[in-house]
Ligand binder design. Structure first.
Ligand SMILES: Cc1cc2nc3c(=O)[nH]c(=O)nc-3n(C[C@H](O)[C@H](O)[C@H](O)COP(=O)(O)OP(=O)(O)OC[C@H]3O[C@@H](n4cnc5c(N)ncnc54)[C@H](O)[C@@H]3O)c2cc1C
Length: 458
């Protein structure tokens, strides 16, 4: 590579779907790209739940960005958190381990995605972690497998109420992620672990899938919602709809039902799969160009994905609000490719004039092994054919041949057999990044409710 000062400088923020596909779409362009990512990997978020439940390893869904782009000579990959964007000065400031630096750009593609949102109750995060990163998935893996270990110990010592609470799992949010997570928890306890313990029967684990809305998979067709709910119930998942979470602590979760009555479930392991909030960079940009972010913190972009008065700044993916498009990978991929096409065209002096238009390739969600639902336009597919479709689509989009092969092997082990190759957990995961170690600091109320006291644990 022979970068020259004359080549336009493109900065891409983020190494997720938007960032990576934008960089690839500029592979042949005469530009110098700097891709700044907060992590060293590209993350395939749709399969995080499989890392959390021991099917896949982190490496399979999170290849190193540097490796993925190694052969693309016009890209420089850089680890760093972007802290500031100045659209007037056309600069981006990033920081790594507290060391800041500022770069200027000719074109900017912002694809910093979204984080989990606890709807203003960030204190819930300690006890009901979300699932947005590899750290999150590994923490959940530690909590899930750790919960069975603690239940075994409790049951061996005759503390059965405690064992029950340890093997009660609550998934909050009945969208695709929540459904997939609850389905996997059911399979894990009913199939994978059924012979592995001596004092508990993992098949008796209780799994709740809870949502404040009145439907499972609310964005799908009603017939698919009903089918999914029934399938979940057949798997033994208790579906609680119209259930609004009002409190979460180390030992349980409290919610209001549709009649406004408050209930408590004693459950050690809670998973938060509800709500996202766009990267704070969206608000920073909105403030600079006089726009308001929406309720999810997304910035409204122009039909060509740029900001008003700044044709050189594109915002794509989960951070951008346009035509009520959903926060899904296909939107981020297609938007990033469009932004890259516009940049390439501007270099050749043939500007793209048509606005971005989204081609909806459909939506799908897995329920359990061999069972999924898919909606492609008016066509609805369910059961095994939908699952086979899901498998194929995910294999195509997993980045890298190596990852595809090992993922397929792990799926054979888990779906044809009973095993899971990635059940290892570390002490740090068992005790969680933040919360599990607080278990010794039981709120008295929780201890009373499960009928044992802290001293029982000594
Ligand atoms: C658990 C889960 C399951 C999902 N399942 C599906 C599914 O089945 N199908 C589907 O289509 N979609 C699914 N999605 C949604 C899909 O993953 C997102 O819509 C998609 O990742 C959005 O792409 P993006 O590039 O906008 O953001 P992301 O892919 O989230 O990428 C954002 C990138 O920006 C980086 N970043 C953030 N802030 C900064 C900063 N300040 N500086 C530098 N870098 C930064 C992040 O580290 C990340 O690399 C799922 C999401 C989750 C969390």
């Amino acid at each position: 590579m022979n970068p020259t000062a004359q080549r336009p400088k493109v900065i891409i923020i983020g190494s997720g779907f938007g960032g990576l596909f934008a960089a690839r779409a500029l592979a042949k362009a005469e530009v110098d790209i700097r891709l700044i990512g907060r992590t060293t990997h590209h993350l395939f978020q749709p399969l995080l739940y499989q890392v959390a439940t021991g099917i896949l390893s982190p490496g399979e869904i999170a290849p190193a960005t540097r490796e993925v782009l190694a052969r693309q000579e016009n890209v420089q990959v850089e680890l760093g958190e972007v802290t500031a964007i100045d659209v007037e000065a056309k600069t981006v400031t990033a920081s790594t381990l507290g060391v800041p630096r500022t770069y200027s750009y000719d074109h900017l593609i912002v694809a910093a995605g979204a984080a989990q949102s606890w709807f203003g109750n960030d204190q819930f995060a300690d006890f009901a972690p979300g699932m947005k990163s590899i750290d999150d998935a590994l923490e959940l893996r530690g909590r899930i497998f750790g919960a069975f270990e603690l239940a075994e110990l409790a049951a061996a010592q005759g503390r059965h109420a405690e064992a029950r609470a340890h093997t009660t799992f609550v998934v909050v949010g009945a969208g695709p992620t929540g459904v997939e997570m609850a389905g996997q928890l059911a399979e894990l306890s009913r199939r994978t672990l059924k012979h592995d313990f001596r004092h508990i029967d993992p098949r008796n684990a209780t799994i709740y899938l809870m949502d404040a809305a009145g439907a499972v998979l609310g964005t799908f067709d009603e017939s698919l919602q009903t089918r999914t709910r029934r399938a979940m119930e057949r798997l033994g998942v208790k579906v609680l709809l119209g259930a609004k979470v009002v409190d979460v602590d180390a030992r349980g979760i409290e919610y209001l039902d549709q009649a406004g009555e408050q209930h408590r479930i004693e459950a050690l392991t809670k998973v938060w799969a509800a709500g996202v909030a766009a990267s704070p960079l969206a608000r920073q940009l909105a403030d600079q160009v006089g726009l308001q972010v929406d309720r999810a913190g997304r910035i409204p972009v122009q039909p060509d994905l740029t900001l008003p008065g700044h044709p050189d700044v594109y915002v794509v993916g989960d951070m951008a609000a346009l035509d009520n498009l959903p926060g899904v990978a296909q939107v981020a991929i297609q938007q990033s490719r469009y932004a890259a096409r516009k940049i390439r065209a501007s270099l050749g002096g043939r500007p793209v004039t048509e606005p971005f238009s989204y081609f909806d390739k459909g939506n799908m969600a897995t329920i359990s092994r061999f069972r999924a639902i898919a909606e492609i336009g008016k066509v609805k597919v369910t059961g095994f054919p939908a699952w086979a479709l899901w498998l194929g689509v995910h294999l195509v989009y997993i980045i890298g041949f190596k990852s595809r092969i090992t993922t397929l092997l792990h799926w054979v082990v888990s779906f044809l057999g009973r095993g899971r190759s990635e059940r290892n957990i570390t002490e740090q995961q068992i005790f969680g990044r933040l919360a599990m170690d607080r278990i010794n600091d039981l709120p008295q109320r929780a201890a009373r409710n499960v009928g044992w006291t802290s001293s029982d644990e000594a």
